[in-house]
Design a protein. Structure first.
Length: 276
Protein backbone atom coordinates (compact mmCIF):
# COMPACT_ATOMS: atom_id res chain seq x y z
CA UNK A 1 0.00 0.00 0.00
CA UNK A 2 1.33 3.43 -0.90
CA UNK A 3 1.69 6.30 1.50
CA UNK A 4 -1.36 8.57 1.42
CA UNK A 5 -0.75 12.27 0.93
CA UNK A 6 -2.56 14.92 2.89
CA UNK A 7 -4.06 17.99 1.15
CA UNK A 8 -1.18 20.04 2.57
CA UNK A 9 1.36 17.73 0.93
CA UNK A 10 -0.53 17.63 -2.36
CA UNK A 11 -1.40 21.33 -2.62
CA UNK A 12 0.79 24.42 -2.47
CA UNK A 13 -0.37 28.02 -2.73
CA UNK A 14 1.39 31.17 -3.91
CA UNK A 15 -0.90 34.17 -3.53
CA UNK A 16 -4.14 33.19 -5.23
CA UNK A 17 -2.49 30.48 -7.38
CA UNK A 18 -2.69 26.86 -6.21
CA UNK A 19 -0.58 23.94 -7.45
CA UNK A 20 -1.94 20.40 -7.13
CA UNK A 21 0.74 17.73 -7.53
CA UNK A 22 -0.18 14.92 -9.90
CA UNK A 23 2.64 12.45 -9.12
CA UNK A 24 5.52 12.25 -6.70
CA UNK A 25 8.15 13.46 -9.17
CA UNK A 26 6.56 15.42 -12.00
CA UNK A 27 3.46 17.41 -12.93
CA UNK A 28 1.03 19.79 -11.24
CA UNK A 29 -2.46 21.10 -12.03
CA UNK A 30 -2.63 24.88 -11.72
CA UNK A 31 -5.69 26.55 -10.20
CA UNK A 32 -6.46 30.26 -10.09
CA UNK A 33 -4.89 31.38 -13.39
CA UNK A 34 -6.99 32.62 -16.33
CA UNK A 35 -5.51 31.14 -19.52
CA UNK A 36 -7.49 33.51 -21.76
CA UNK A 37 -5.34 36.56 -21.00
CA UNK A 38 -1.71 37.63 -20.83
CA UNK A 39 -0.30 38.09 -17.32
CA UNK A 40 2.17 40.47 -15.72
CA UNK A 41 5.52 39.88 -14.08
CA UNK A 42 4.14 38.75 -10.72
CA UNK A 43 2.16 35.83 -12.16
CA UNK A 44 4.93 35.08 -14.65
CA UNK A 45 7.49 34.78 -11.85
CA UNK A 46 5.32 32.32 -9.93
CA UNK A 47 4.52 30.17 -12.96
CA UNK A 48 8.10 30.08 -14.23
CA UNK A 49 9.43 29.02 -10.85
CA UNK A 50 6.75 26.35 -10.56
CA UNK A 51 7.43 25.10 -14.07
CA UNK A 52 11.01 24.32 -13.07
CA UNK A 53 9.89 22.76 -9.79
CA UNK A 54 7.21 20.50 -11.30
CA UNK A 55 8.52 20.00 -14.84
CA UNK A 56 5.03 20.11 -16.36
CA UNK A 57 2.03 22.34 -15.55
CA UNK A 58 -1.57 21.59 -16.54
CA UNK A 59 -4.32 24.19 -16.93
CA UNK A 60 -8.06 23.51 -17.38
CA UNK A 61 -10.66 25.90 -18.77
CA UNK A 62 -14.46 25.68 -18.92
CA UNK A 63 -14.53 27.69 -22.16
CA UNK A 64 -12.73 27.54 -25.49
CA UNK A 65 -9.27 29.09 -25.84
CA UNK A 66 -8.70 30.97 -29.10
CA UNK A 67 -5.39 31.00 -30.90
CA UNK A 68 -4.91 34.67 -30.00
CA UNK A 69 -5.62 33.98 -26.31
CA UNK A 70 -3.26 31.02 -26.33
CA UNK A 71 -0.52 33.17 -27.83
CA UNK A 72 -1.06 35.91 -25.24
CA UNK A 73 -0.99 33.45 -22.36
CA UNK A 74 2.23 31.85 -23.64
CA UNK A 75 4.08 35.15 -23.17
CA UNK A 76 4.20 34.35 -19.44
CA UNK A 77 6.90 31.77 -20.22
CA UNK A 78 9.07 33.80 -22.60
CA UNK A 79 9.52 34.71 -26.24
CA UNK A 80 8.11 32.54 -28.99
CA UNK A 81 10.69 30.35 -30.69
CA UNK A 82 11.51 30.60 -34.39
CA UNK A 83 11.52 27.09 -35.84
CA UNK A 84 14.56 26.23 -37.98
CA UNK A 85 12.67 23.63 -40.02
CA UNK A 86 10.38 25.81 -42.09
CA UNK A 87 7.46 26.30 -39.70
CA UNK A 88 8.37 29.90 -38.88
CA UNK A 89 7.75 31.69 -35.59
CA UNK A 90 4.69 31.54 -33.34
CA UNK A 91 2.10 28.83 -32.95
CA UNK A 92 1.09 26.10 -35.34
CA UNK A 93 -1.66 23.50 -35.36
CA UNK A 94 -0.78 19.81 -35.27
CA UNK A 95 -3.39 17.41 -36.62
CA UNK A 96 -1.32 14.28 -36.95
CA UNK A 97 -2.95 10.90 -37.11
CA UNK A 98 -1.72 8.01 -35.01
CA UNK A 99 0.49 6.67 -37.84
CA UNK A 100 2.44 9.95 -38.06
CA UNK A 101 2.69 10.18 -34.28
CA UNK A 102 3.94 6.60 -34.12
CA UNK A 103 6.69 7.42 -36.61
CA UNK A 104 7.78 10.82 -35.28
CA UNK A 105 6.96 11.44 -31.63
CA UNK A 106 6.11 8.15 -29.93
CA UNK A 107 9.66 7.95 -28.57
CA UNK A 108 11.02 9.71 -25.50
CA UNK A 109 12.73 12.92 -26.60
CA UNK A 110 13.31 16.58 -25.86
CA UNK A 111 12.85 19.05 -28.70
CA UNK A 112 15.67 20.79 -30.50
CA UNK A 113 18.61 19.28 -28.64
CA UNK A 114 20.79 19.28 -31.81
CA UNK A 115 20.73 23.10 -31.71
CA UNK A 116 23.15 25.28 -29.77
CA UNK A 117 20.25 26.91 -27.92
CA UNK A 118 17.39 24.39 -27.65
CA UNK A 119 13.88 25.52 -26.65
CA UNK A 120 13.33 26.33 -22.99
CA UNK A 121 9.67 25.31 -22.85
CA UNK A 122 6.71 24.30 -24.98
CA UNK A 123 2.93 24.58 -24.70
CA UNK A 124 0.12 22.48 -26.18
CA UNK A 125 -3.53 23.57 -26.22
CA UNK A 126 -6.27 21.08 -27.05
CA UNK A 127 -8.72 22.00 -29.83
CA UNK A 128 -10.25 18.65 -30.71
CA UNK A 129 -9.54 15.39 -28.90
CA UNK A 130 -10.47 11.76 -29.55
CA UNK A 131 -12.95 9.95 -27.33
CA UNK A 132 -10.10 7.81 -26.06
CA UNK A 133 -6.37 7.50 -26.59
CA UNK A 134 -3.92 10.07 -27.88
CA UNK A 135 -2.41 10.82 -24.47
CA UNK A 136 0.88 12.64 -23.94
CA UNK A 137 3.49 11.51 -21.40
CA UNK A 138 6.37 13.32 -19.73
CA UNK A 139 9.38 12.02 -17.77
CA UNK A 140 11.39 13.90 -15.16
CA UNK A 141 15.08 13.95 -15.99
CA UNK A 142 15.93 15.34 -12.55
CA UNK A 143 14.29 12.29 -10.98
CA UNK A 144 16.14 10.11 -13.50
CA UNK A 145 19.49 11.59 -12.46
CA UNK A 146 18.67 11.33 -8.75
CA UNK A 147 17.80 7.64 -9.16
CA UNK A 148 21.23 6.74 -10.58
CA UNK A 149 23.81 5.34 -8.22
CA UNK A 150 26.45 7.79 -7.03
CA UNK A 151 29.04 6.00 -9.20
CA UNK A 152 27.00 6.51 -12.37
CA UNK A 153 26.26 10.10 -11.36
CA UNK A 154 30.00 10.78 -11.13
CA UNK A 155 30.63 8.99 -14.44
CA UNK A 156 28.11 11.03 -16.42
CA UNK A 157 28.60 14.39 -14.68
CA UNK A 158 31.14 16.23 -16.81
CA UNK A 159 30.66 14.00 -19.86
CA UNK A 160 29.43 15.44 -23.19
CA UNK A 161 27.23 14.03 -25.96
CA UNK A 162 26.66 14.84 -29.62
CA UNK A 163 23.03 15.57 -30.52
CA UNK A 164 22.12 15.35 -34.20
CA UNK A 165 19.10 15.54 -36.53
CA UNK A 166 20.63 12.85 -38.74
CA UNK A 167 18.30 10.07 -37.57
CA UNK A 168 15.19 12.21 -38.01
CA UNK A 169 16.39 13.48 -41.40
CA UNK A 170 16.25 9.94 -42.73
CA UNK A 171 12.47 10.09 -42.35
CA UNK A 172 11.79 13.79 -42.93
CA UNK A 173 13.82 15.81 -45.41
CA UNK A 174 12.48 19.04 -43.83
CA UNK A 175 14.70 18.45 -40.82
CA UNK A 176 17.77 19.63 -42.67
CA UNK A 177 21.21 18.28 -43.40
CA UNK A 178 22.19 16.66 -40.15
CA UNK A 179 22.46 19.64 -37.80
CA UNK A 180 24.38 18.73 -34.64
CA UNK A 181 25.69 20.19 -31.42
CA UNK A 182 27.52 19.00 -28.29
CA UNK A 183 25.87 19.37 -24.87
CA UNK A 184 26.66 18.15 -21.34
CA UNK A 185 25.19 14.74 -20.47
CA UNK A 186 24.24 16.18 -17.07
CA UNK A 187 22.90 19.74 -16.96
CA UNK A 188 21.91 21.98 -14.06
CA UNK A 189 18.44 23.50 -13.89
CA UNK A 190 19.08 27.29 -13.78
CA UNK A 191 16.23 27.86 -11.30
CA UNK A 192 16.16 24.87 -8.92
CA UNK A 193 19.89 24.08 -9.32
CA UNK A 194 18.98 20.38 -9.55
CA UNK A 195 20.95 18.18 -11.92
CA UNK A 196 19.19 16.46 -14.83
CA UNK A 197 20.12 13.95 -17.52
CA UNK A 198 20.26 15.49 -20.99
CA UNK A 199 20.35 12.65 -23.51
CA UNK A 200 17.44 11.30 -25.55
CA UNK A 201 16.91 8.38 -27.92
CA UNK A 202 15.78 10.51 -30.88
CA UNK A 203 18.63 13.02 -31.11
CA UNK A 204 21.61 11.84 -29.02
CA UNK A 205 24.10 10.32 -31.45
CA UNK A 206 27.06 9.42 -29.23
CA UNK A 207 28.94 10.13 -26.02
CA UNK A 208 32.15 12.08 -26.60
CA UNK A 209 35.33 10.11 -25.92
CA UNK A 210 33.65 6.70 -25.68
CA UNK A 211 34.20 3.66 -27.87
CA UNK A 212 31.39 2.32 -30.05
CA UNK A 213 30.73 -0.52 -27.61
CA UNK A 214 30.76 1.83 -24.59
CA UNK A 215 28.38 4.17 -26.39
CA UNK A 216 25.96 1.40 -27.20
CA UNK A 217 25.99 0.03 -23.65
CA UNK A 218 25.75 3.32 -21.76
CA UNK A 219 23.19 5.01 -24.01
CA UNK A 220 20.96 1.93 -24.08
CA UNK A 221 21.08 1.84 -20.29
CA UNK A 222 20.08 5.52 -20.05
CA UNK A 223 17.26 5.17 -22.58
CA UNK A 224 15.86 2.20 -20.68
CA UNK A 225 16.25 4.15 -17.45
CA UNK A 226 13.90 6.85 -18.81
CA UNK A 227 11.14 4.21 -19.02
CA UNK A 228 10.93 3.97 -15.20
CA UNK A 229 7.24 4.61 -14.29
CA UNK A 230 8.15 6.61 -11.17
CA UNK A 231 9.57 9.34 -13.43
CA UNK A 232 6.37 9.70 -15.48
CA UNK A 233 3.14 11.64 -15.67
CA UNK A 234 0.47 10.91 -18.30
CA UNK A 235 -2.15 13.37 -19.54
CA UNK A 236 -5.49 12.31 -20.98
CA UNK A 237 -6.45 15.23 -23.18
CA UNK A 238 -9.80 16.94 -22.71
CA UNK A 239 -11.16 20.00 -24.52
CA UNK A 240 -9.77 23.39 -23.47
CA UNK A 241 -6.62 22.19 -21.74
CA UNK A 242 -3.10 23.62 -21.84
CA UNK A 243 0.04 21.70 -20.93
CA UNK A 244 3.35 23.53 -20.45
CA UNK A 245 6.65 21.73 -19.94
CA UNK A 246 10.28 22.65 -19.28
CA UNK A 247 12.05 21.10 -22.24
CA UNK A 248 15.53 20.81 -20.74
CA UNK A 249 14.67 18.87 -17.58
CA UNK A 250 11.93 16.64 -19.02
CA UNK A 251 11.37 14.32 -21.93
CA UNK A 252 8.01 13.68 -23.57
CA UNK A 253 6.34 11.30 -25.98
CA UNK A 254 2.98 10.86 -27.67
CA UNK A 255 0.88 7.71 -27.32
CA UNK A 256 -0.26 6.54 -30.77
CA UNK A 257 -3.36 4.56 -29.84
CA UNK A 258 -6.20 6.62 -31.31
CA UNK A 259 -8.23 6.63 -34.53
CA UNK A 260 -10.25 9.86 -34.31
CA UNK A 261 -8.99 13.39 -34.99
CA UNK A 262 -6.67 14.98 -32.45
CA UNK A 263 -6.02 18.67 -33.03
CA UNK A 264 -3.62 20.60 -30.79
CA UNK A 265 -2.15 24.09 -30.99
CA UNK A 266 1.53 24.35 -30.13
CA UNK A 267 3.84 27.18 -29.11
CA UNK A 268 7.51 26.74 -28.28
CA UNK A 269 9.55 29.12 -26.12
CA UNK A 270 13.06 30.32 -26.91
CA UNK A 271 15.83 28.97 -24.69
CA UNK A 272 19.56 29.26 -24.08
CA UNK A 273 22.48 26.87 -24.09
CA UNK A 274 22.17 24.05 -21.51
CA UNK A 275 24.89 24.26 -18.88
CA UNK A 276 26.47 21.67 -16.63
Amino acid sequence: MGVETTPAQRLSTVGSIRFEKVTGNIGAIVHGVDVHVAHGDEVASVLLRSLHEHGVLFFHSDTAISGEQFSGFSSVFGEQYVYPYGKGPGQFVTEEGADAVRLRTSYWHTDGSPQEKPPQAALLCSVEVPAFGGDTMWASMTAAFDALSSRYQRLFDGMEAVHSTAAVARYHDAFGQGESHVHPVVITDPVTRRKALYVNSVYTERLVGMSERENETLLRMLYEHVNTPEFHVRLRWQPNMIAVWEERVTQHRAVADYAERRVLRRITITGDRPKA
